[in-house]
Design a protein around this ligand. Structure first.
Ligand SMILES: Nc1nc2c(ncn2[C@@H]2O[C@H](COP(=O)(O)OP(=O)(O)OP(=O)(O)O)[C@@H](O)[C@H]2O)c(=O)[nH]1
Ligand SMILES: [Mg+2]
Length: 443
């Protein structure tokens, strides 16, 4: 049964020079014919049309482009209407389309869902497309493109096919017990499975670089009260995002700002000053600060250079390989050399005068680049992929246990299925809803 014909605004709502309304499904072309009163345009040719409501009034003049099935984004007949991007024009056309027989507004992600169903792209590629639309920095865009163009799907598909191959061998061994299949073949099979398992565990040990790139690298500013954490956040973000005051214990909640550092997305967080807290609210703030410190990719541990007892500061306990030591208030510094006994040299800044801020940004940038350049290019960009790959590795592991061949087969089948769910190579209705509901309408 043919599906409904859907339509949606494909460009952002609001004022723009041009807005595009996209229709997909069998009724797209008849609807265009009714609205324009013209014979349908040749596929992929722009046709200048006057769009009129059935009642006779002109809605707008614009361009219509027809993409004939299967050569369209969704694989169905698609019509794009390029109209003037005024709110009233858009609303009127959407209303008129809604009143047409067999047409209805698209659900979020429905265009991409249809493209998937019609084999235009697999699930990972669809997710890549969603990421491309959401990409805010150049590195995010590059990763989304790689995913959208199928590079990551290909790597998963390769693993899946190798599992299926192992499965086929094992099934042959079970089905033809009389054929002399030497023991060495079984040993080789186990070897292949072990290799696959290590390919997957290798991919999982990527420090979540792919996910980090999608979601942003987490950098947290930590330190004693009043050392200038909020001032530093503002200096790095170049805006007054957090409240600064001479009173110790000003910041309670975590304040986040989003930044683009060298093309990488960063979520920079300011936290409550670390001390044995005065009241319950501050105590909760300190708890949140420490929790965030535990999850952060990079910690900026801040010390007050105007204070004599820097080496007793609570931040010292947080210094580890993911931490950068930063000494603030260099403009009123009272101690100069060797105030800190760190292995790494601290970076001296003044959040007030801006001195050293560029140097600190450079150091952060180097850390980010080191984080992303370590190891091979990641091909996991969502926790969904990670969970399924972990499943697959578990099943492969179980298939290697001392169990009857039939059970080994079952484990291999489950492993292949888990990977298939990542790209959508098998029936996965339940995962489809999860994936496409994250899309916005018109995609
Ligand atoms: N001279 C000087 N003063 C600074 C500098 N950075 C911050 N301050 C001052 O130090 C005081 C505390 O600054 P905040 O940024 O609020 O410090 P904080 O670490 O966020 O403090 P809490 O939120 O209470 O933990 C304010 O009076 C700032 O103006 C600096 O580089 N030089
Ligand atoms: Mg603060």
């Amino acid at each position: 049964m043919p599906s409904d014909t859907i339509f949606a605004l494909a460009t952002p709502p609001g004022k723009s020079g041009v807005a595009i309304i996209r229709l997909s499904g069998q009724q797209s072309l008849p609807a265009l014919r009714r609205l324009s009163g013209l014979a349908p345009p040749a596929p992929r040719m722009a046709q200048y049309v006057t769009l009129c409501a059935q009642a006779g009034g002109i809605i707008d003049r614009g361009l219509a482009i027809y993409f004939k099935s299967p050569h369209s984004f969704t694989g169905e007949d698609v019509v794009e209407l390029h109209i003037h991007g005024g709110r009233a024009v858009i609303k009127e056309l959407l209303d008129v389309l809604g009143a047409e027989d067999g047409l209805r507004p698209a659900e979020p992600g429905e265009f991409s869902h249809r493209a998937f169903v019609n084999g235009k792209m697999d699930l990972m590629e669809a997710e890549g497309l969603a990421d491309l639309v959401d990409a805010e920095t150049s590195a995010q865009k590059t990763q989304a493109m790689r995913q959208m163009q199928g590079e990551m799907s290909a790597r998963h598909e390769d693993i899946r096919q190798r599992i299926v191959q192992a499965l086929a061998y094992l099934e042959a061994y079970i089905d033809f017990p009389d054929e002399e299949i030497p023991e060495s073949v079984l040993a080789q099979l186990a070897g292949n499975i072990k290799t696959l398992q290590s390919v997957i565990t290798g991919a999982l040990a990527d420090h979540k670089r792919g996910e980090r790139l999608r979601e942003g690298i987490s950098i947290v500013i930590l330190g004693a009260p009043n050392v200038g954490k909020s001032s530093l956040l503002n200096a790095l973000a170049k805006r007054e995002a957090a409240i600064v005051s001479a009173q110790a214990g000003t910041t309670r909640d975590i304040i986040e700002v989003h930044m683009d550092i060298a093309g990488y997305p960063v979520v920079l967080a300011d936290t409550a000053g670390l001390r044995a807290a005065g009241d319950a609210i501050e105590e909760e703030g300190v708890r949140r600060a420490l929790a965030r410190a535990g999850e952060a990719d990079i910690k900026l541990v801040l010390f007050d250079g105007s204070q004599p007892n820097v080496s007793d500061a609570p931040g010292l306990a947080l210094m580890d390989e993911s931490a950068l030591a930063v000494v603030n208030k260099s403009d009123i510094m009272i101690l100069h050399d060797n105030i800190l006994t760190f292995k790494q040299k601290p970076i001296y800044v003044s959040a007030k005068t801006g001195q050293g801020i560029e140097l600190l940004l450079k150091a952060i940038e180097e850390n980010i680049l080191a984080f992303f350049s370590g190891g091979s290019t990641p091909f996991i960009t969502r926790s969904r992929h990670r969970a399924l790959l972990t499943d697959a590795a578990d099943h492969l592991g179980r298939s290697l246990a001392d169990i009857p061949p039939e059970l080994k087969c079952e484990e291999l089948r489950l492993a292949a299925q888990a990977i298939g769910k990542i790209t959508g190579k098998i029936a996965v209705d339940d995962v489809l809803d999860v994936v496409f509901s994250q899309f916005c309408i018109g995609k």
